[in-house]
Design a protein around this ligand. Sequence first.
Ligand code: KIV
Ligand code: NA
Length: 264
Amino acid sequence: MKRLTVPRIRQRKGGEPIVMLTAYTVRMAQLLDPHCDMLLVGDSLGQVIYGLPHTVGVTMEMMALHGAAVVRGSYHAAVIVDMPFGSYEASPEQAFTNAAHLLKETGAAAVKLEGGRALAPTIEFLTQRGIPVMGHVGLTPQAVNILGGYGVRGKSEEEARSIVEDSVAVAQAGAFSLVIEGVLESIAIEVTNKVACPTIGIGASAQCDGQVLVTEDMLGMFERVPKFVKRYQDMAGVVDGAVREYADQVRSRSFPTEDQIYAG
Ligand code: KIV
Ligand code: NA
């Protein structure tokens, strides 16, 4: 099967819902690829893989290395790489240089960047120069030091209006799709109705044009997850059980057995 392209994703507006999950490693990409339309190499890898307190510390090098691994592990889904904090905000030129570097190093189809109206000129600059951009509005984790946390966005009338305006600006600037994270459902629905590109919800609404989750969250790798995460598996429990059994067997010398040794 041919890899999904950005234009084909864009055409899915209002159609069959778009399935997206995060991936950071080759084996996980291989497992997710048959089921997903897009794989996001999210800067959430800062917390998930590197144990950072938030995504502000994520580097271009991390995104390039993990992005390349995910492209190598997939052949069907479109791969999108997050631009890390500090790599795109200063100017459209800075954004282009770093986005081009990420696409060259990884072979990904597009980049994602966080922000609203202020980033619209940058999104237009990249899109007109061969780099497709996925937007990200609402709860934007790279702005944690401004927002002061990861609470739901759009509770006041003013903030709700601001998120809708940001979304429209990002879409009009040429974003091929738009992640809406952590907002009141009414906002996600209004944005989905207003913008021409597909919206991808996370903590948003089932009426978005697609959904995304952090894979390790939905697999149950973590004790604590946001309200918007549905756990489809208890991976932490599965790993704990398997490792407990291994440890017991090593300590009791019941592993390895004949099956796992080279007799002779
Ligand atoms: O970094 C990430 O995983 C993301 C998604 C949650 C949208 O940006
Ligand atoms: Na991200």
